[in-house]
Design a protein around this ligand. Structure first.
Ligand code: SF4
Length: 329
């Protein structure tokens, strides 16, 4: 990992204190994010994928500095921002923007679209004239007619509302946009339009995107590299090509089996996921994935695998990376 990354996450960990029983039960530690390290390069899209509860949204909130980490660091453009106060973070918020999941609840229904998109501009000291010009400009970029700027959010469809959310994030010309389940609430055909829009914007403006989703098929569509999360840990990190052509972690393999492929033989080469996700309050011993892993062995139950570089730019957290069911015990 090098100093040239725009965003660097180093050993990031987040614990929550929760009551596992009823009222009055003792508080226990839930480790939502566990020792996550990764870099995001300028001008790339990094996808973060995993089942519900894997810690991906918590990781996103740690990156945005909306949550205090329990351990580890967040480095943005070479500067350690892990423990900056909110006033110290304020100037940085211009460079780090977010697009949320739900285009219905994330836009203030009492504000006109012009004001929703322009709000970050006035927060960062743009004049009224600059703000109106920029709102027009970003509305055109996201494919919304400028004459719609005086309308309220209820007059727009779900896809159009997400375009408004993207325009708002784009308005201040950020360097990094974090998209948290940004297309999950949309119909499949609209999802494709929004993904294409995000990809075009990323390429045109050489933006850096962190794209979080539970859906590997969606993440594949937009990401240059993909980090796969399981029970708070990143278990594999690779380019989109490498990840799909030869997954190194059995969990990645299982996620790929659920991604529709035109070639049924290609799908059959992957082992589907079975069993329930364990509780993060009481994770399994050794490798967290051993209770669901088709090739688990005694070593997996006894010893936690390290997250290590298996091949150039390919990282995995597995004692037997790249092995298949036939090769395992
Ligand atoms: Fe499966 Fe063992 Fe690898 Fe864990 S360490 S993913 S249990 S093979």
């Amino acid at each position: 990992m090098t100093a040239d990354a725009l965003l660097r996450v180093d050993g990031l960990t987040k614990d929550f204190a929760v009551r596992s029983g009823g009222f009055g039960s003792a508080r226990r530690k839930l480790r939502a994010v566990s020792d996550v390290s990764l870099d995001v390069w300028p001008g790339e899209t990094l996808g973060i994928v995993g089942e519900s509860g894997c810690g991906k949204t918590t990781l996103g909130r740690l990156i945005l500095r909306l949550l205090e980490p329990s351990a580890g660091r967040v480095i943005f453009d070479g500067a350690d921002i892990t423990h900056l106060s909110e006033p110290e973070m304020r100037p940085l918020r211009e460079h780090i923007q977010v697009v949320f999941q739900d285009p219905y609840s994330s836009l203030n229904p009492r504000m006109r679209v012009r004001d929703i998109i322009g709000e970050p501009l006035s927060n960062f000291g743009f004049s009224k004239k600059e703000s109106v010009d920029r709102v027009e400009e970003v509305m055109e970029i996201v494919g919304l007619p400028a004459e719609m700027m005086t309308r309220y959010p209820h007059a727009f469809s779900g896809g159009q509302r997400q375009r408004i959310g993207i325009a708002r994030a784009l308005a201040v010309k950020p360097r990094l946009i974090l998209c948290d389940e940004a297309v999950s609430a949309l119909d499949v055909s609209i999802q494709a339009q929004i993904l294409n829009l995000l990809r075009e914007i990323q390429q045109e403006f050489q933006l850096t995107l962190v794209f979080i989703s539970h859906n590997l098929g969606v993440v594949r569509h937009i990401s240059h590299r993909i980090a796969v999360m399981y029970l708070g840990q990143v278990v594999e990190l690779a380019s989109e090509d490498d990840l799909f052509s030869r997954p190194l972690h059995p969990y990645t393999d299982a996620l790929i089996s659920a991604v529709p492929e035109p070639d049924p033989d290609a799908m059959a080469r992957h082992e589907p996921l079975s069993g329930e996700i364990p509780s993060p309050i009481d994770p399994p011993s050794g490798c967290f994935f051993h209770t669901r892993c088709p090739i688990a062995r005694d070593e997996c139950r006894a010893k936690a695998p390290a997250f290590r570089e298996i091949a150039p730019r390919r990282w995995a957290r597995c004692h037997f990376p790249g092995e298949t069911t036939e090769q395992g015990d």
